[in-house]
Structures are given as C-alpha cells and as structure tokens.
Design a protein around this ligand. Structure first.
Ligand code: ZN
Length: 359
C-alpha cells in the first residue's frame, strides 16, 4: 500500500487545520530563488488551499519588496508582470529581497471570477481579515500573516473589473512622499490620490507603516502585452530607486503622469444601449456631451454631459446598460489639498462632487 493510500490516523486529522505563520526571509539562502506553495485555508473536502509564493532573497542585505497580483481572481496582467520581474531578477546581484504572490486570491482565480467564491465578498474590502470571520476574512487574515508582515514595501497589481477598461494608473497617498515617489517611478498615465480605502490590502499595509501603492494595469481576463512591459519597467524603476539593483530609471516616450486629486464613477440614470463619446485618458470639458442612450427601437432617449472638467481614468465597454451602470471614471486633475482639508467628510448630497478615490 502506498503512503497516499494509508488511512489517516486521528493524529493526522488533528493537524489538518491551517496555522499560518510569516514567511521568514532569513530561512532562505542569500542569493537564491525559492518557489513555495503554502496552505492558507481548507476547501470543503478539508484539502489545503495552497497559494503560490516566490521568495527571491538577494545576496546582499536590503529592503523586502512585496508584489501581489490577482487579489481579484480575474485580473491577470499583474501575474504576467510578476513573471517578467522574476525572469529578470538576479538574486546574486540584488540588495534586499522580492516576496511575490502572483495569484493571491487562489479560490477566486480558480473560479475565474473577481470575488471570493465561498461568500461572494470582494477580498480587497475585507483586509486585514479576521481569524474567526467569514470565509474571505479568514483567508485575508491568513494572507496578511503569511505575506504582508514580511514586507517593507508593497506594490499591489490590479486591472479594471469585468465590463470596464482602465488606463494604466496608480492609486497612491500623495500626502506621503514615499508613496508619491513609488507612484511616479511606475510611470503610469494617471496617478490618483487615494489616502485610505477601507478593507484594501494597500490600507492594511499603510496601517502597518508599509509604503504601498495600487497599480491598475489594463483590463481583466487578458495579458495586455504593452501594459505588462510598462508595469515591469515601473517595478524595476522602483527596485533601482531603492538601491536593490543597479541601473538607470527610465520613462516611456509618453507624457508625464497626470495627477488627479479625486475621482468619481459617473452612473447612468436610464437603461438601454450605451454609446460613449470619449476615450481613455481623454480630457473632457464640463458640460461636454459624453454619452447617449438608445432604446430598443433605436431612438435616442437620453444624453449625458460631463459634470466637471476631468480626465477619463476608466470606462465601460459594454453597450447594454441599466440605471446605475457605471460608464465613466472621471478624475479631477490637480494636486490634492493638504491633509487637514482632505480629511473633511464627503458631501454625498452633491451629485457633481467627486469623492476621494477608493480602490
Ligand atoms: Zn482589482
């Protein structure tokens, strides 16, 4: 009888629960790469839900940079960015370490969906999680314990959600010089000021004093070649800036990133067939007609105007729409006000007032 076919003893069953502990960098040889599969949870057959992690421990001491992708299970570009970074990273010549979670939300990834399947929650709204919480909260807690506690910096890689497309943009707290610098080094098209973002991994990092940015790189369910390459270069710019690898930071040929102090998703009030009249990264004038809705008979039933001047950060690409559908993520260009003013409560009764960004 093979070892696999032996009946489990009671003692073995008793050890089946998952007890996460931090990945300790010093457990790995300096100048090496190690691929890990670490159980963070159990499925309904009590099988371990193992999550892939990669430790690249540089030969020389230095900071630990964490890279996460697919916290939303259908957001793939970040996975490819991490693969490219791992291909190029040379632990023998690195000061510090990379700690990568290329598929952070394994249950959602395997289900091919954005949300955590066991409770249909958005994992990036339940961090730092709870040891005795909902399925997604327990998973989030295990992820924080295993991964985040070992990081000095965090780059969390995302894309747009299903049905929408994004520019290449970064969410960062622009009141912090450290995160502002990280955001600029990514060299995106747009940088959106976002101080907190309850329940996000970025906020969990911020509360632990770990400088963190969210990178929104393109669209879900695809590997978008150009954005992957730009994201890879952005990560390398950060590693060079932190002194982890040698080299010169580089910029794309495109214009410098546009800074936005706030943003808002514009929503439709009617249903029907949506036709948008703008492109990603286009600057819209206030009162410019930006969308129209046609009914099933083909008649135009409503037009929409830009409520304020701004730049298009993201947009819907689905023509079929119902009232409430988000159709344009419009950023307000400019530096955020100083922290005291920025912490004033929002005024939700003013429909035209864009609010501070949420991830
Ligand atoms: Zn996401």
């Amino acid at each position: 009888m093979s070892a696999e076919h032996k009946p489990h003893t009671r003692a073995k069953r008793a050890t089946a629960a998952v007890h996460p502990r931090p990945i300790q960098l010093e457990d790995y040889r300096a100048g090496s790469r190690t691929d890990l599969r670490i159980p963070l949870s159990l499925d309904s057959l009590a099988n371990p839900v193992t999550v892939p992690f990669v430790v690249v421990r540089g030969r020389h001491p230095g900071p630990v940079v964490g890279l996460t992708a697919a916290i939303h299970g259908d957001e793939l570009n970040g996975i490819k960015i991490i693969h490219h970074v791992l291909d190029r990273a040379d632990p023998d010549n690195m000061h510090g370490s990379l700690l990568c979670a290329p598929v952070a939300n394994v249950p959602a990834f395997q289900a091919g969906q954005r949300r955590f399947p066991d409770d249909e929650r958005d994992l990036n709204r339940v961090f730092p999680g709870k040891a005795d919480g909902t399925p997604s909260q327990q998973y989030a807690k295990a992820f924080i314990t295993t991964f985040l506690t070992s990081c000095d910096y965090l780059l969390d890689l995302h894309t747009a959600s299903e049905g929408r497309i994004n520019s290449f943009y970064v969410r960062a707290d622009l009141h912090s010089e450290q995160t502002r610098t990280l955001a600029l080094l990514m060299d995106p098209q747009i940088i959106l000021h976002a101080s907190g973002g309850d329940g996000t991994l970025r906020n969990a990092a911020r509360l632990r004093g770990i400088p963190a940015i969210t990178v929104e790189a393109g669209n879900p369910n695809v590997f978008h070649g150009r954005i992957v390459l730009e994201g890879e270069q952005g990560v390398f710019n950060i590693l060079i800036h932190l002194g982890m690898i040698r080299g010169e930071t580089t910029r794309t040929d495109g214009p410098a990133p546009v800074i936005c102090k706030s943003s808002k998703w514009l929503r439709l009030r009617s249903g029907g067939f949506l036709q948008t009249k703008f492109k990603l990264c286009e600057t819209l004038r206030r009162r410019q007609v930006i969308a129209e809705i046609n009914d099933p008979f083909g008649y135009q039933v409503e037009t929409y105007k830009a409520p304020y001047e701004g730049i298009v950060i993201g947009m819907s690409h689905r023509p079929v729409a119902v009232p409430g559908t988000r159709y344009c993520h419009l950023g307000v260009i400019g530096e955020p006000p100083p922290p005291k003013q920025a912490q004033k409560p929002n005024q939700p009764d003013q429909p035209d007032a864009p609010s501070p960004a949420r991830p």
